[in-house]
Ligand binder design. Structure first.
Ligand code: FPP
Length: 276
Protein backbone atom coordinates (compact mmCIF):
# COMPACT_ATOMS: atom_id res chain seq x y z
CA UNK A 1 0.00 0.00 0.00
CA UNK A 2 1.30 3.41 -0.96
CA UNK A 3 1.24 5.53 2.19
CA UNK A 4 0.46 8.77 0.38
CA UNK A 5 -2.76 7.24 -0.89
CA UNK A 6 -3.96 6.12 2.54
CA UNK A 7 -3.44 9.49 4.23
CA UNK A 8 -6.54 11.31 5.44
CA UNK A 9 -7.26 14.89 4.40
CA UNK A 10 -7.07 15.95 8.08
CA UNK A 11 -3.66 14.35 8.53
CA UNK A 12 -2.28 15.91 5.35
CA UNK A 13 -3.52 19.30 6.55
CA UNK A 14 -1.91 18.80 9.97
CA UNK A 15 1.39 17.84 8.40
CA UNK A 16 1.30 20.83 6.05
CA UNK A 17 0.68 23.08 9.05
CA UNK A 18 3.69 21.61 10.90
CA UNK A 19 5.90 21.89 7.82
CA UNK A 20 4.95 25.56 7.44
CA UNK A 21 5.45 26.34 11.13
CA UNK A 22 9.20 25.74 11.31
CA UNK A 23 12.08 23.39 10.65
CA UNK A 24 11.41 19.67 10.47
CA UNK A 25 14.12 17.70 12.28
CA UNK A 26 16.39 15.85 9.87
CA UNK A 27 16.99 13.04 12.32
CA UNK A 28 14.89 11.92 15.28
CA UNK A 29 15.97 9.20 17.71
CA UNK A 30 13.26 7.37 19.64
CA UNK A 31 13.74 5.70 23.01
CA UNK A 32 10.66 3.50 22.95
CA UNK A 33 9.96 2.93 26.63
CA UNK A 34 6.94 1.83 28.65
CA UNK A 35 5.70 -1.24 26.78
CA UNK A 36 5.79 -3.35 29.95
CA UNK A 37 3.98 -0.78 32.10
CA UNK A 38 1.36 -0.22 29.41
CA UNK A 39 0.59 -3.96 29.48
CA UNK A 40 0.74 -4.37 33.25
CA UNK A 41 -1.66 -1.47 33.82
CA UNK A 42 -4.14 -3.32 31.60
CA UNK A 43 -3.64 -6.65 33.36
CA UNK A 44 -1.90 -8.06 30.27
CA UNK A 45 1.39 -9.87 29.78
CA UNK A 46 4.40 -7.62 29.05
CA UNK A 47 4.66 -9.13 25.58
CA UNK A 48 1.28 -7.57 24.72
CA UNK A 49 2.90 -4.21 25.35
CA UNK A 50 5.69 -5.00 22.91
CA UNK A 51 3.11 -6.18 20.35
CA UNK A 52 1.15 -2.94 20.66
CA UNK A 53 4.47 -1.05 20.56
CA UNK A 54 4.97 -2.38 17.04
CA UNK A 55 1.73 -0.68 15.99
CA UNK A 56 3.26 2.58 17.20
CA UNK A 57 6.40 1.84 15.19
CA UNK A 58 4.26 1.34 12.07
CA UNK A 59 2.41 4.61 12.56
CA UNK A 60 5.53 6.65 13.37
CA UNK A 61 7.41 5.30 10.35
CA UNK A 62 4.56 6.26 8.01
CA UNK A 63 4.10 9.71 9.53
CA UNK A 64 7.85 10.42 9.54
CA UNK A 65 8.10 9.35 5.92
CA UNK A 66 5.33 11.63 4.70
CA UNK A 67 6.55 14.55 6.82
CA UNK A 68 9.91 14.38 5.03
CA UNK A 69 12.01 13.50 8.07
CA UNK A 70 15.27 12.16 6.66
CA UNK A 71 16.25 9.73 9.41
CA UNK A 72 14.63 8.03 12.34
CA UNK A 73 16.52 5.75 14.69
CA UNK A 74 14.53 3.38 16.88
CA UNK A 75 16.11 2.03 20.05
CA UNK A 76 14.54 -1.41 19.70
CA UNK A 77 16.90 -3.49 21.83
CA UNK A 78 19.79 -2.26 23.95
CA UNK A 79 22.86 -4.26 24.83
CA UNK A 80 21.62 -4.15 28.42
CA UNK A 81 18.30 -5.71 27.33
CA UNK A 82 20.11 -9.07 27.00
CA UNK A 83 19.84 -9.18 30.82
CA UNK A 84 16.04 -9.54 30.65
CA UNK A 85 14.40 -12.92 31.28
CA UNK A 86 15.25 -15.25 28.39
CA UNK A 87 11.55 -15.73 27.59
CA UNK A 88 11.06 -11.98 27.06
CA UNK A 89 14.22 -11.74 24.94
CA UNK A 90 12.93 -14.61 22.77
CA UNK A 91 9.58 -12.89 22.30
CA UNK A 92 11.27 -9.62 21.34
CA UNK A 93 13.46 -11.41 18.78
CA UNK A 94 10.40 -13.22 17.36
CA UNK A 95 8.47 -9.95 17.14
CA UNK A 96 11.37 -8.35 15.34
CA UNK A 97 11.54 -11.10 12.72
CA UNK A 98 7.78 -11.00 12.33
CA UNK A 99 7.87 -7.21 11.90
CA UNK A 100 10.62 -7.46 9.27
CA UNK A 101 8.75 -10.18 7.38
CA UNK A 102 5.39 -8.44 7.41
CA UNK A 103 6.67 -4.91 6.66
CA UNK A 104 9.39 -5.57 4.10
CA UNK A 105 7.23 -5.16 0.98
CA UNK A 106 5.41 -2.09 2.25
CA UNK A 107 8.58 -0.36 3.47
CA UNK A 108 10.28 -1.08 0.15
CA UNK A 109 7.26 0.11 -1.87
CA UNK A 110 7.36 3.35 0.09
CA UNK A 111 11.05 3.93 -0.68
CA UNK A 112 12.27 3.41 2.91
CA UNK A 113 15.94 2.49 3.38
CA UNK A 114 16.61 0.25 6.33
CA UNK A 115 19.80 0.40 8.35
CA UNK A 116 20.88 -1.19 11.62
CA UNK A 117 23.38 -0.23 14.30
CA UNK A 118 24.63 -2.29 17.23
CA UNK A 119 26.48 -5.51 17.91
CA UNK A 120 24.48 -7.27 15.23
CA UNK A 121 26.43 -10.51 15.35
CA UNK A 122 25.06 -11.02 18.88
CA UNK A 123 21.54 -11.37 17.45
CA UNK A 124 20.15 -14.85 16.79
CA UNK A 125 21.04 -16.07 13.30
CA UNK A 126 17.38 -16.00 12.15
CA UNK A 127 17.16 -12.32 13.06
CA UNK A 128 20.48 -11.51 11.35
CA UNK A 129 19.39 -13.31 8.16
CA UNK A 130 16.08 -11.42 7.86
CA UNK A 131 17.61 -8.12 8.90
CA UNK A 132 20.44 -8.28 6.35
CA UNK A 133 17.99 -9.39 3.67
CA UNK A 134 15.79 -6.34 4.35
CA UNK A 135 18.77 -3.99 4.44
CA UNK A 136 20.03 -5.38 1.15
CA UNK A 137 16.67 -5.16 -0.63
CA UNK A 138 16.13 -1.57 0.48
CA UNK A 139 19.72 -0.37 0.12
CA UNK A 140 19.13 1.85 -2.93
CA UNK A 141 15.95 3.48 -1.66
CA UNK A 142 16.06 7.24 -1.27
CA UNK A 143 13.20 8.01 1.13
CA UNK A 144 13.13 7.78 4.92
CA UNK A 145 16.23 6.19 6.47
CA UNK A 146 14.90 3.85 9.14
CA UNK A 147 17.65 2.71 11.50
CA UNK A 148 17.05 -0.04 14.01
CA UNK A 149 19.35 0.09 17.04
CA UNK A 150 19.68 -3.56 18.03
CA UNK A 151 21.96 -4.95 20.70
CA UNK A 152 23.11 -1.32 20.73
CA UNK A 153 25.07 0.62 23.32
CA UNK A 154 26.40 4.13 22.78
CA UNK A 155 29.45 3.53 24.97
CA UNK A 156 30.19 0.25 23.21
CA UNK A 157 30.14 2.01 19.83
CA UNK A 158 32.50 4.73 21.09
CA UNK A 159 34.92 2.10 22.48
CA UNK A 160 34.71 0.17 19.19
CA UNK A 161 35.49 3.34 17.23
CA UNK A 162 38.45 4.19 19.51
CA UNK A 163 39.86 0.69 19.10
CA UNK A 164 39.58 0.93 15.29
CA UNK A 165 41.24 4.34 15.29
CA UNK A 166 44.06 2.96 17.46
CA UNK A 167 44.55 0.09 14.98
CA UNK A 168 44.63 2.57 12.09
CA UNK A 169 47.23 4.64 13.94
CA UNK A 170 49.32 1.48 14.40
CA UNK A 171 48.97 0.66 10.68
CA UNK A 172 50.09 4.19 9.81
CA UNK A 173 46.72 5.09 8.16
CA UNK A 174 45.94 7.82 10.72
CA UNK A 175 48.32 10.00 12.70
CA UNK A 176 47.36 11.03 16.25
CA UNK A 177 47.17 14.70 15.17
CA UNK A 178 44.44 13.73 12.66
CA UNK A 179 42.11 12.63 15.45
CA UNK A 180 39.36 15.23 15.49
CA UNK A 181 35.68 15.13 16.42
CA UNK A 182 34.81 14.58 12.75
CA UNK A 183 37.23 11.69 12.51
CA UNK A 184 35.76 10.02 15.60
CA UNK A 185 32.24 10.52 14.16
CA UNK A 186 33.36 8.88 10.94
CA UNK A 187 34.34 5.71 12.82
CA UNK A 188 30.97 5.35 14.58
CA UNK A 189 28.25 3.08 13.24
CA UNK A 190 26.14 6.19 12.73
CA UNK A 191 28.73 7.79 10.41
CA UNK A 192 26.19 7.94 7.58
CA UNK A 193 23.62 9.72 9.75
CA UNK A 194 23.43 13.39 10.63
CA UNK A 195 23.50 13.88 14.41
CA UNK A 196 19.96 13.62 15.79
CA UNK A 197 18.25 17.01 16.08
CA UNK A 198 15.74 15.54 18.48
CA UNK A 199 15.65 12.60 20.88
CA UNK A 200 12.17 11.54 21.93
CA UNK A 201 11.62 9.34 24.96
CA UNK A 202 8.29 7.87 25.97
CA UNK A 203 7.07 6.91 29.47
CA UNK A 204 8.49 9.85 31.39
CA UNK A 205 11.96 8.60 32.31
CA UNK A 206 14.57 11.38 32.13
CA UNK A 207 17.64 9.59 30.84
CA UNK A 208 19.40 8.62 27.63
CA UNK A 209 19.99 4.99 28.61
CA UNK A 210 23.17 4.66 26.55
CA UNK A 211 21.47 5.78 23.31
CA UNK A 212 23.48 7.77 20.71
CA UNK A 213 25.71 9.25 23.43
CA UNK A 214 28.28 10.89 21.15
CA UNK A 215 25.76 11.90 18.52
CA UNK A 216 23.29 13.54 20.93
CA UNK A 217 25.76 16.18 22.22
CA UNK A 218 23.52 18.97 20.86
CA UNK A 219 20.22 17.14 20.42
CA UNK A 220 17.03 18.59 21.79
CA UNK A 221 15.34 16.17 24.16
CA UNK A 222 11.60 15.64 24.36
CA UNK A 223 10.10 13.45 27.05
CA UNK A 224 6.45 12.51 27.22
CA UNK A 225 4.62 10.57 29.93
CA UNK A 226 2.81 8.52 27.27
CA UNK A 227 3.85 4.88 27.14
CA UNK A 228 5.29 3.77 23.80
CA UNK A 229 2.19 1.76 22.75
CA UNK A 230 0.20 5.02 23.10
CA UNK A 231 2.79 7.03 21.19
CA UNK A 232 1.22 7.56 17.78
CA UNK A 233 1.58 10.23 15.11
CA UNK A 234 -0.27 12.88 17.20
CA UNK A 235 2.47 12.55 19.83
CA UNK A 236 5.12 12.82 17.12
CA UNK A 237 3.48 16.03 15.92
CA UNK A 238 3.46 17.39 19.50
CA UNK A 239 7.18 16.57 19.82
CA UNK A 240 7.99 18.38 16.56
CA UNK A 241 5.89 21.41 17.50
CA UNK A 242 7.78 21.56 20.79
CA UNK A 243 11.10 21.22 18.93
CA UNK A 244 10.14 24.10 16.63
CA UNK A 245 9.81 26.37 19.67
CA UNK A 246 13.33 25.60 20.91
CA UNK A 247 16.20 27.94 20.22
CA UNK A 248 19.18 25.82 19.18
CA UNK A 249 22.20 27.88 20.16
CA UNK A 250 25.08 25.41 19.82
CA UNK A 251 26.98 27.38 22.48
CA UNK A 252 26.24 30.82 20.98
CA UNK A 253 24.13 33.59 22.57
CA UNK A 254 20.52 34.32 21.60
CA UNK A 255 21.68 37.59 20.07
CA UNK A 256 24.21 35.84 17.84
CA UNK A 257 21.57 33.36 16.69
CA UNK A 258 19.22 36.23 15.76
CA UNK A 259 22.07 37.93 13.85
CA UNK A 260 22.98 34.67 12.03
CA UNK A 261 19.40 34.21 10.96
CA UNK A 262 19.11 37.85 9.75
CA UNK A 263 22.38 37.41 7.81
CA UNK A 264 21.25 34.18 6.20
CA UNK A 265 18.06 36.01 5.18
CA UNK A 266 20.09 38.75 3.50
CA UNK A 267 22.40 36.24 1.78
CA UNK A 268 19.38 34.21 0.66
CA UNK A 269 17.73 37.28 -0.85
CA UNK A 270 20.96 38.23 -2.69
CA UNK A 271 21.36 34.69 -4.03
CA UNK A 272 17.71 34.68 -5.13
CA UNK A 273 18.12 38.02 -6.87
CA UNK A 274 21.10 36.84 -8.90
CA UNK A 275 19.58 33.36 -9.34
CA UNK A 276 22.62 31.50 -7.92
C1 FPP B 1 10.97 -0.77 26.36
O1 FPP B 1 9.80 -1.03 27.08
C2 FPP B 1 10.91 -1.38 25.05
C3 FPP B 1 11.76 -2.33 24.60
C4 FPP B 1 12.87 -2.87 25.39
C5 FPP B 1 11.61 -2.92 23.28
C6 FPP B 1 11.04 -2.05 22.23
C7 FPP B 1 10.51 -2.91 21.19
C8 FPP B 1 9.42 -2.70 20.44
C9 FPP B 1 8.62 -1.49 20.46
C10 FPP B 1 8.98 -3.76 19.52
C11 FPP B 1 9.96 -4.19 18.48
C12 FPP B 1 10.53 -3.07 17.69
C13 FPP B 1 10.62 -3.02 16.34
C14 FPP B 1 11.38 -1.95 15.69
C15 FPP B 1 9.95 -3.98 15.48
P1 FPP B 1 9.94 -1.76 28.46
O2 FPP B 1 9.70 -3.20 28.23
O3 FPP B 1 11.25 -1.44 29.08
O4 FPP B 1 8.79 -1.12 29.28
P2 FPP B 1 8.76 -0.87 30.86
O5 FPP B 1 9.85 0.12 31.16
O6 FPP B 1 7.41 -0.32 31.08
O7 FPP B 1 8.97 -2.20 31.50
Amino acid sequence: MNWDRERTVEDSALQAEIQAAGPIPKHIGFIMDGNGRWAQERGKMRVEGHREGIESVRDIVKAASSLGIGYITLYAFSMENWRRPQAEVNVLMDLLVRYLKSELDELHENNVRMLAIGKLNALPKRVQRKLFECIDIMKDNTGLNLTLALSYSGRWDIVRAVQTIALDVRRGKVSPEDITEDLVSSYLLTSEHPDPDLIVRSSGEMRLSNFLLWESAYSEIYITDKYWPDFRRQELYDAIRDYQKRERRFGKTSQQIAQDSANSGIVGRILDKFKF
